[in-house]
Design a protein around this ligand. Structure first.
Ligand SMILES: NC(=O)C1=CN([C@@H]2O[C@H](COP(=O)(O)OP(=O)(O)OC[C@H]3O[C@@H](n4cnc5c(N)ncnc54)[C@H](OP(=O)(O)O)[C@@H]3O)[C@@H](O)[C@H]2O)C=CC1
Ligand SMILES: CC[C@](O)(C(C)=O)C(=O)O
Ligand SMILES: [Mg+2]
Ligand SMILES: [Mg+2]
Length: 491
């Protein structure tokens, strides 16, 4: 029986926890991984986050091994292969958990209650339990033994990108938190900081946050702009292009690689830079489309945020857990059957600039989604820095997964929790954009504007540029990106 911890708190405390967010300066990480040196880190689960965090932590000089459930070892499942093929020591809970100074719970959220109940009796007195998402604590009210320190180190991106960015010499923005009910020795913060350095997160930016702020913002980002919007946009843009006679292979390629290319511009210079990559008439067109999209989609973004804050989302998802994931599995199968998913990218060259010129609607969708997610999160009490990571910075990191193997890859790489939310959004958003899409043609998706000249009205251009630059996501973005000196180019 789960108990929503957030809903048990008085409003004053809910607001205080939601607003917990402090950008940590680089000199706060001057001790590096010292607090974890010589300590035994045992990871439970070797999936998306488990494997990739473990690889980074080991490369940062830490002692990492994997505790897997007995069946996974006996049947040599993927988790066992991931760990053993990468040369890690693998053992059962009984073999490894009693030796652990830090237990990293990197199993799916659905399993957290049973996993934590199974390992807690085996954990050393005074050891530490860490999470990469606070769902179990915040939405299920999990109670942890008093002597155990409970921390959260939550990379703001898929596991594959946690590794890819580390290998590139960068990192991913990370939220850290100490569960205030479980910090008996006052060492939670030192451990969380060292762990964030071990994964490379400090190079991109670390926010000192709370379990609550992480959960309520993480769920919002993944359901809307990060995954839901990219899925809905992929399906709508592909179907429209094919309906209008564009070669299906070209349409498939434009979308599969287009999100990655256009959002790379977003990562470097925010929404402003992404739109600056368009010609002046195309920029004005993208701006107008995005304003229209924002009006249509705002109620949906509000609904997602409201359901996340009041616990409706987690209750409904947990009902699906209890129903053998019937909805999740059904939606996953349905997505595999979409025409976009089934049409291979054509053998056709698309230049970097062409992705912008022929993908004006995609640019508009990204702009609308980023701004709406940011506006909705901040209106709900999430601090701007956190909302920026969850909307703007992470979008390219999700787009990278679509470039690899389309929506299948994105949904396989993100957590099951994110995948569930993505489908929820997608199912609501597709019909919502029905009328809007009726008026869309190949000038904004597939072929680009076919204009004799690129002249525009000066006053209108000035107005559009000013509106772009004045959005609050741009101000906080410029500030946070100034700390990302090691950011590496992908496209
Ligand atoms: N996916 C992501 O990129 C992100 C995930 N997170 C968070 O990280 C955590 C892990 O998610 P994610 O990496 O997606 O998980 P995955 O689904 O990728 O991996 C799950 C791992 O846990 C093991 N596992 C599954 N069920 C159990 C069980 N009952 N007992 C023990 N082990 C089990 C699986 O191995 P086997 O079945 O072989 O035993 C597998 O190795 C979640 O809290 C998630 O919210 C946070 C940020 C991003
Ligand atoms: C994509 C959403 C995420 O939270 C994440 C990668 O940040 C997840 O749960 O997978
Ligand atoms: Mg996330
Ligand atoms: Mg998540």
């Amino acid at each position: 029986m789960s108990n929503n911890y957030f809903n048990t708190l008085p409003l004053r405390e809910q607001l205080e926890q939601l607003a917990k967010c402090r950008f940590m300066s680089m000199d706060e990480f001057s001790e590096g991984v010292e607090a974890l040196k010589g300590k035994k880190m045992v990871v439970i689960g070797c999936g998306a986050q488990g494997l990739n965090q473990g690889l980074n932590l080991r490369d940062s000089g830490l002692d990492v091994s994997y505790a897997l459930r007995e069946a996974a070892i006996a049947e040599k499942r993927q988790s066992w292969k991931n760990a053993t093929e990468n040369g890690f020591v693998v053992g059962t809970y009984e073999e490894l958990i009693p030796t652990a100074d830090v237990v990293l719970n990197l199993t799916p959220d659905k399993q957290h209650t049973s996993v934590v109940n199974a390992v807690m009796p085996l954990m050393k007195e005074g050891s530490c339990l860490s999470y990469s998402h606070g769902f179990n604590i915040v939405e299920e009210g999990m109670q942890i033994r008093d002597d155990i320190t409970v921390i959260m180190v939550a990379p703001k991106c898929p596991g594959s990108e946690v590794r890819a960015e580390y290998v590139r010499g960068f990192g991913v923005p990370t939220l850290i938190a100490v569960h205030e009910d479980n910090d008996p020795k006052g060492e939670g913060l030192a451990l969380a900081k060292a762990y964030a350095v071990g994964t490379g997160g400090h190079k991109a930016g670390v926010l000192m946050s709370s379990f609550i702020a992480e959960v309520k913002s993480d769920l919002m980002g993944e359901q809307t702009i990060l995954c839901g919007m990219l899925q809905t946009g992929s399906i709508l843009c592909f179907d429209k292009m094919v309906e209008k006679g564009i070669d299906a292979g070209y349409a498939s390629k434009l979308i599969q690689y287009g999100w990655e290319t256009i959002t790379e511009a977003l990562k470097y210079g925010g929404v402003t830079n992404m739109l600056d990559r368009l010609s002046n008439p195309a920029k004005i067109k993208a701006f107008d489309l995005s304003e229209e999209l924002k009006v249509i989609m705002r109620p949906l973004y509000n609904k997602h945020q409201d359901d996340i804050i009041n616990g409706t989302f987690s209750r409904v998802m947990m009902e699906d857990w209890a129903n053998d994931d019937k909805n999740l599995l059904g939606w996953r199968a349905e997505t595999a059957e979409t025409n976009f998913e089934k049409t291979p990218a054509g053998d056709v060259e698309i230049s970097e600039q062409e992705f912008f010129d022929n993908g004006i609607l995609m640019v508009a969708m990204v702009k609308a989604g980023v701004e709406l997610a940011f506006e909705t999160m901040t209106a709900a009490g999430i601090i701007a820095e956190s909302a920026y990571y969850e909307s703007l910075h992470e979008t390219p990191l999700i787009a990278n997964t679509i470039a690899r193997k389309k929506l299948y890859e994105m949904n396989a790489t993100i957590s099951d929790t994110a995948e569930y939310g993505c489908y929820l959004y997608n199912h609501a958003c597709l019909p919502l954009l029905g009328d809007f899409m009726k008026n869309i043609d190949t000038d904004v998706i597939g072929k680009g504007l076919d204009l004799a000249d690129n002249g525009v009205d000066n006053a209108r251009l000035i107005e559009v540029n000013a509106a772009l630059r004045a959005h609050p996501v741009e101000a906080v973005g410029a500030e946070l990106r100034a700390h990302m000196a090691d950011m590496k180019k992908i496209v």
